[in-house]
Design a protein around this ligand. Structure first.
Ligand code: GLU
Length: 510
């Protein structure tokens, strides 16, 4: 049999910003497609007009761009199988709903909302915990299975409000093999007569999803675990529409869990524990409420992707850092687990740190410049690059280089009190003055020479490191700890270091 071309889709509903779980679903689809030389589609599932949120689609497209997941076909880029927005595909779906009615697999239902509520109340009173419109209850309702054919005809001709429901068979086992979960078998007695086509002329998610996957020739449906209960219905639709041989393979991804406890990670967890759950900033267009995103907080998309890839998948080796190309190479659905994956914010920061360190000072410098600018600081590019090179080991975000190393760009405005209290003794001014004069006499002011000079001074004077270094550091940087002082001093240059020491000697009072 000819191998089927791999075609997968990411099919978000534009009901708000994309949660990071959604980004992970997109990522796994993208990796799977690229691994197999296939296509990654973006389909916007906006059949539920009441839940539409303006700006959400743009948000999704922008977030995928930021995460460097190139879309081969879709709402944002077009393609041969469009349109890719379900609201623009409206005329396509009705014929399939009609086909299902004609073949006896679906039926018209005319029940009003009051009648539906009445049925549910009646069932509840009889002890049914979650009443459904199903093979049992449908016989007591107003539908084309219970009403005389002429009346159905009359109602349809009079354009009476109605929906089309699937006629769920009794006591049949629906089976399919999920790539991640193995065989799934559900008895139809546990399934209800889901609405396929709504009274507003739009299909529901279930019908539209199956029809579109079929028409777009989707080979694998990779989506969140929350859709697993819908999969048997989707399988039945493939069978009833005569598309059994075109049925995609299913892979339902494990949940992303909150860092503490077992529930699904929610926006509330992010608010409570202080981390974003969205890839990029989002402002709710109705309430104006703002939510922060990873991009604006200074995370690299590479780090964000790498972290997401590991939420549910592992390579089976100890390697943790993967570029997108390496992820594509290593990814397989076989290595996606069934158990929920706990989100770990510290690990997310660790990934960012690693991606920051991988870059050279020269690569980091242009990233630091905007932060310098907003702090009204500046320096030569080459100097900024050297600062970045020296400070990158101590940073998680580029911004940290300025936060931790502001003294590279301006003389300290104050001196760390704790250090002064503990380390600035009566004899310190004298010691620091002597050190200053030795430094002044250095021919070459590089880190090694400064280090040798410092060491020689300690030996000659019989002083311990702690009697000199903290005082030297606080005089030059204002801080009690930091990167190597030899390196810092060399970068600042002799003139600046001496100026700062002189100022410290005048300013610091015990
Ligand atoms: N529109 C669904 C969602 O918002 C897509 C589910 C699927 O991938 O089938 O998640």
């Amino acid at each position: 049999m000819k191998e089927r071309r791999v075609r997968v889709r990411f099919a978000p509903s534009p009901t708000g910003p994309l949660h990071m779980g959604g980004v992970r679903t997109a990522l796994y689809n993208y990796l799977f497609a690229k691994k197999h030389g296939g296509d990654f589609l973006l389909r916007i599932e906006d059949t539920d007009q009441s839940r539409y949120v303006s700006g959400a689609e743009e948000y999704i497209v922008d977030a995928l761009n930021w995460c460097q997941m190139g879309v081969d076909e879709g709402a944002s880029v077009g393609g041969e199988n469009g349109p890719y927005r379900q609201s623009e595909r409206k005329p396509i779906y009705k014929q399939y709903a009609d086909q299902l009615v004609a073949s006896g697999k679906a039926y018209y239902a005319f029940d009003t909302p009051e009648e539906l509520t009445e049925m549910r109340d009646r069932m509840k009173a009889a002890g049914v915990a979650s009443p459904q419109y199903n093979a049992v209850t449908r016989s007591g309702m107003k539908n084309s299975l219970t009403l005389p054919a002429e009346e159905v005809q009359r109602r349809l001709e009079a354009n009476e409000k109605h929906v089309i429901r699937i006629k769920m068979p009794r006591n049949e086992d629906v089976k399919f093999e999920d790539i991640i979960r193995g065989w799934v078998s559900v008895n139809t007695n546990n399934l209800d007569d889901k609405v396929l086509f709504k009274s507003d002329g739009m299909p529901t998610y279930h019908l539209a999803n199956v029809v579109d996957d079929y028409l777009m020739n989707i080979s694998h449906v990779i989506r969140g675990e929350e859709w697993l209960p819908s999969a048997p219905l989707h399988v039945l639709l493939y069978l009833y529409l005569g598309w059994a041989d075109q049925m995609p393979q299913f892979a339902h991804l494990p949940l992303i869990l909150k860092p503490d406890g077992n529930g699904k990670l929610s926006k509330r967890d992010g608010d409570r524990l202080g981390f974003p759950v969205f890839p990029t900033n989002w402002t709710n267009p109705e309430t104006g409420e703002k939510s922060s995103g990873y991009r604006e907080r200074g995370y690299y998309p590479e780090a964000f992707n790498n972290m997401l890839a590991f939420l549910g998948w592992n390579p089976g080796t100890t390697q943790e850092l993967f570029s997108m190309d390496e992820l594509i190479e290593a990814f397989s659905l076989d290595r996606v687990g069934r158990a929920g994956a706990k989100f770990d914010f510290d690990k997310t920061n660790w990934f960012n740190q690693q991606y920051l360190r991988m870059q050279s000072g020269a690569q980091l410098a242009p990233q630091l410049k905007p932060f310098l600018k907003s702090a009204q600081l500046d320096a030569a590019d080459n100097y900024i690059a050297q600062v970045c090179e020296l400070m990158k080991e101590r940073a998680t975000f580029v911004e940290d280089i300025l936060k931790e190393g502001r003294y590279f760009f301006e003389a300290p405005l104050s001196y760390d009190e704790k250090t002064i209290k503990k380390k600035w003794k009566d004899q310190t001014p004298e010691i620091i003055t002597e050190l200053r004069n030795l430094l002044d006499n250095l021919g070459s002011f590089d880190a090694d020479s400064i280090g040798a000079c410092f060491k020689g001074f300690l030996e000659e004077k019989g002083l311990g490191f702690g009697a000199v270094m903290p005082a030297f550091r606080v005089s030059v940087t204002g801080l009690g700890a930091g990167a190597s002082m030899n390196e810092i001093a060399a970068l600042l240059g002799k003139e600046e270091v001496l100026k700062r020491i002189d100022r410290a000697l005048k300013t610091i009072k015990k």
